[in-house]
Design a protein around this ligand. Sequence first.
Ligand code: B12
Ligand code: SF4
Length: 494
Amino acid sequence: MRVLLIHPADFPDPNRPPPLLPANQAPPLGLAYIGSFLREAGHEVCIIDMKHGGHSREQLMDEVKAFSPGVVGMGLYTVTVPVAEEISRLLKDWDPNTVIVVGGPHPAGAPEECGRNPHFDYAAVGEGEVMMRDLVETLEAGGDMRTVPGLWFTEVPGDATSELVQNAPRGWIGELDSLPYPARDLLPPLDSYAMTMFQYKEWPATTIYTSRGCPYSCIFCERREILGNKFRVHSASYVVDEMEHLAREYGIKEIFFYDDTFTLDARRVEQICDEIVRRGLVMSWNISTHVNTVTRELLHKMRKAGCWQIAYGIETGDPDVMRDIMKGTTVDTVRERVEWTVEAGIEAKGLFMIGHPTDTPETIARTVEFARSLPIASANFKITTPFVGTPLRDMAAEYGDINTDDYRNYMGDPPEAAFVTNGLTREYLSGVQRRAYYRFYSRPTRLARIARSMAGRENLGKWFEGARIMTRLVRHQAMGPDKGILPTLLEFEH
Ligand code: B12
Ligand code: SF4
């Protein structure tokens, strides 16, 4: 069967000013995994990444008609629900028999809402590879859709009031190495995906996902619904083979391991490092992880194998808030691990959040000062968003004002925050976020650290990119909006 997979993004709107700077992009690896799995099972697959292409309605439908799919699968974020509904209308207008399946983060957290949504035929909860194959083959055979684990749908298609069918839950894929590499060849060229300048040292760079699931319980995080709380991994040899494959086939020079907690299994990371060194693979790489999961020895080993940056989910600098959000660590541990990282010769980046349920102006100030005091080269400060399916969502109404109506505000940032803690306002959040960036980046020592991290001929491109961005921002600034240059620049990090 012909299967079309879509990564939805808003259609270009002539009335909306174009973004000041390109947002960070990354290949939709989830869809690419589903694509390669379906292809191996003998199906014809096409992927449209609207986030990359800036597709108009006409362009999208031209590509749809040219491929003429029997089934369309869309990966849904909360923020992309409205546009996915519009795409479904366009698809059904073109051919009412097109079967539309939605999966990914939003359906994982809101299966009933998506299962009842009259725009979609099926909501798929869980990993999509085996589920999409089962769904496609059951459709082809005219079989009973109630036999496909993980699906939610209404008894009468398109009738939100009819009985909701909730199939048996789908188990997690145990052997990740049994999956083929994501079908990156079905995506736009990898080097055409823009990354922000703080995310790579060498270009072209791309992402790999080497593990799934996370056992931590941070209240704002939806990982457990999306990929489960059991940590599952690709083996070291699979990971290093994939790195070599990317270098050979796509000329990739740097890898961003997009895993949530790359270092959770220290032994596996050691093996990956040993394997990189043993094969003489010269590639730089960077990761994201939880501070608890690194040791001094591991960090030194990672540095030797090419790791240059670690992004830590730090979230807050206030000990009580750290406890309340159930991060499972302390501010002292954060400081210790960040110092170990820098000592090992790896740059540290801090990921912070503003507007936790128990945040106050004082705790937010503490977070900003904590960030400033750490030897980190870069930081981002995101506004807390209560995604459906998280514990935060359940407690949000008790701790503040939550906007449940407009999913377009679920970007994780202003202009309109989806959640505002009691005692704070949306304007305050927006202002304090900009001030946080400003205070963090305006320190001369920080600027010197960034300049040092961009030393060397290989970073020449970044200086040009930085100069280009600054020129655009200065021009933008001259045209009016009351924003500081540095904060504006840095808000565009994912
Ligand atoms: C890489 C990434 C990105 C990349 C690429 C996006 C992509 N589609 O992959 C970029 C940088 C573009 C991005 C952007 C954004 N992101 Co992002 N991103 C991630 C990240 C870190 C990893 C995703 C990933 O590659 N996972 C690995 C693959 C293997 O898993 P997967 O994508 O979940 O796919 C599997 C299943 O979910 C399922 N599945 C997925 N799609 C489909 C479709 C069908 C039909 C089926 C059956 C199954 C299925 O099968 C897949 C394979 O098993 C996640 C964090 C996380 N752990 O999920 C956040 C995350 C998904 N992002 C998030 C957000 C909020 C955003 C932004 C809104 C941020 C912003 N302010 O701009 C934008 C919006 C993007 C858009 N579409 O417009 C949230 C989403 C929460 C939500 N409920 O909406 C997450 C969960 C992070 C968080 N804050 O908790 N993101
Ligand atoms: S450690 Fe990261 S991935 Fe795991 S629950 Fe916390 S925020 Fe989510």
